[in-house]
Design a protein around this ligand. Structure first.
Ligand SMILES: Cc1cc2nc3c(=O)[nH]c(=O)nc-3n(C[C@H](O)[C@H](O)[C@H](O)COP(=O)(O)OP(=O)(O)OC[C@H]3O[C@@H](n4cnc5c(N)ncnc54)[C@H](O)[C@@H]3O)c2cc1C
Length: 476
């Protein structure tokens, strides 16, 4: 069969943030896209709550990855401006941790310098505030002074944001200074809403939810793909395939007959509700060594007293045998049955409640009044893929192991745009297309209204059995 070079048929397998962003990007250029998602809706996989504009949540990663995440996060804010929570992140180093501020400072300076460079290159990159204010430090005396001030219901300044934290932290457990950095949140329900609404508006993008790719064969130079929709099997052909299968990318590689090494990690975050009268909180993170009983603790705010907690220990966010690699027979790493069952069948209630309570206790070590928080909903959880063998890899994108096949493997949502651009370049090369990459961020902003995103995000939160407040924005 001869490929129609003017309009290749492109299948994107997986409607997570990687697949949905690639679909949006490529359909925006007029390419013929079929986005195939086995779940009931788009961006329905593991949670996405932090933008990672500088990778400051990860002390262990190298500065170059942090700079890449910074640039990618700026692009993400420009493409999905209505999906971010514009609140800062406070970083605290516990006394029980061996680190100190001087270990962080060179990297923070580098990030500030690179943010300034990006803004100098293009003023529309100034989406994280003034580069000179990318990070700010607070001494113990500063924090004690702020603890005496009135709560500001709609925080505007950095000091406003720090007041509720200053009033509740156990200062004796921490080293100083604290750092406040312009790292914002990302809202997975709003990303899902944006992806749903955008792809629905794109005439050359067909979205097939509830549809699983079960076989892939190369026949006469084109891909023959079997789709399973509720037991109804159909065969269809595509000129190009994008594997955006998330933690199941290896299973799609197996169907294609490609082998590579990768890791899969199962993790969970916990939904709590804390009735306080302290206004709007920023994100607060307490550094710790991953996997030890004193791993990092992360408090992520949502409206109406909801907080999401990560505790980087094996009995909260991480799991025994939760990080697995593949063997030489298959490109797909296999999680222990107990964990893959959680993805497919949800969690037993008692396990969910027990782990959520542990997360509350973990946070109360630093914020004693947080011990009044209650279980606020079911955990946010899932498995994520990490290409290669390095579990600390955070900035990754796409590779092209065989002709007309892209393997998009991102670790962080912000990398989705880089991956989409690289796929676009590869498609242009393979099919000798001369399409000019347009400014998609402008086009997409023009078509979505805040009201549509909010109401769609709320409906998705309800359909997924989460509190509706998790779909709402933290607004400073
Ligand atoms: C607890 C936790 C917290 C996280 N927090 C953050 C965060 O704060 N910020 C951040 O950036 N990242 C975070 N991540 C990572 C982030 O969730 C993932 O990296 C991201 O979702 C990957 O997106 P994706 O599109 O590649 O994969 P996915 O979102 O997993 O999407 C892949 C899709 O492919 C579909 N699929 C698979 N196989 C098939 C098939 N055969 N046929 C049809 N469809 C198929 C799946 O149903 C799925 O919807 C977190 C991960 C976890 C586990």
């Amino acid at each position: 069969m001869k490929i129609d070079h003017s309009s290749p048929k492109i299948a994107i397998i997986g409607g997570g943030i990687a697949g949905a962003t690639a679909a949006t990007y490529l359909a925006n250029l007029g390419l013929n896209i079929t986005l195939i998602e086995k779940g009931p809706s788009l961006v329905n996989g593991p949670p996405i709550c932090h933008l990672h504009a500088g990778g400051n949540l990860y002390r262990e990663i190298d500065t170059q990855q942090c700079i890449t995440l910074l640039r990618q996060s700026i692009d993400t804010l420009k493409l999905y401006p209505a999906c971010a929570d514009y609140r800062p992140t406070v970083i605290a180093i516990p006394k029980r941790d061996p680190g100190c501020f001087n270990d962080l400072k060179p990297r923070l300076n580098q990030l500030q310098y690179h943010y300034q460079l990006l803004v100098d290159q293009d003023s529309t990159n100034k989406v994280l505030g003034e580069p000179s204010e990318y990070f700010t430090t607070y001494s113990k005396e500063d924090v004690e002074r702020l603890a005496t001030q009135e709560i500001v219901e709609q925080p505007k300044t950095k000091d406003d944001w720090l007041i509720p934290v200053a009033k509740t932290l156990d200062l004796d457990k921490l080293k100083f200074p604290l750092v406040m950095v312009q790292e914002y949140g990302l809202n997975v329900f709003r990303l899902a809403a944006s992806a749903t609404l955008t792809t629905a508006q794109q005439p050359t993008c067909q979205v097939l939810t509830g549809t699983t790719v079960t076989t892939i064969k190369k026949v006469n130079g084109v891909w023959q793909v079997t789709l399973d929709n509720n037991g109804k099997l159909t065969d269809t052909t595509f000129d190009y395939i994008v594997n955006a299968g998330g933690y199941k990318s290896g299973a799609i590689d197996d169907l294609v007959g490609c082998y590579t090494k990768r890791l899969v990690e199962f993790k969970a975050a916990y939904v709590t509700q804390w009735n306080h009268n302290l206004g709007q909180f920023p994100e607060v993170i307490f550094y710790g060594e991953r996997g030890t009983p004193n791993g990092m603790a992360q408090l992520t705010p949502y409206p109406n007293g909801y907080f999401q907690i990560h505790g980087m220990t094996k009995d909260i966010t991480l799991f025994e045998d939760g990080l697995v690699n593949n063997n030489t027979q298959s490109a797909q790493p296999n999680l222990p049955k107990e964990l893959s069952d959680k993805i497919v069948n949800q969690w037993p209630d008692d396990v969910a409640i027990h782990r959520t309570q542990r997360s509350i206790d973990f946070m109360a070590h630093f914020i004693p009044s947080f011990d009044e928080a209650l279980v606020g909903g079911k955990p946010l959880f899932g498995a994520q893929q990490i290409p290669g063998k390095d579990p600390d890899l955070r900035a990754s994108d796409v590779d092209f192991p065989v002709k007309n096949y892209a393997r998009s493997e991102i670790v962080k949502a912000s990398s989705a745009i880089d991956a989409a651009e690289l796929i676009y370049n590869n498609i242009c090369t393979v099919f000798d297309l001369k399409i000019k990459a347009a400014d998609i961020s402008t086009n997409i902003n023009l078509t979505l209204s805040e009201q549509d995103i909010s109401s769609t995000a709320q409906k998705l939160a309800i359909a997924r059995d989460y509190p509706v407040s998790l779909a709402d924005r933290v607004v400073g």
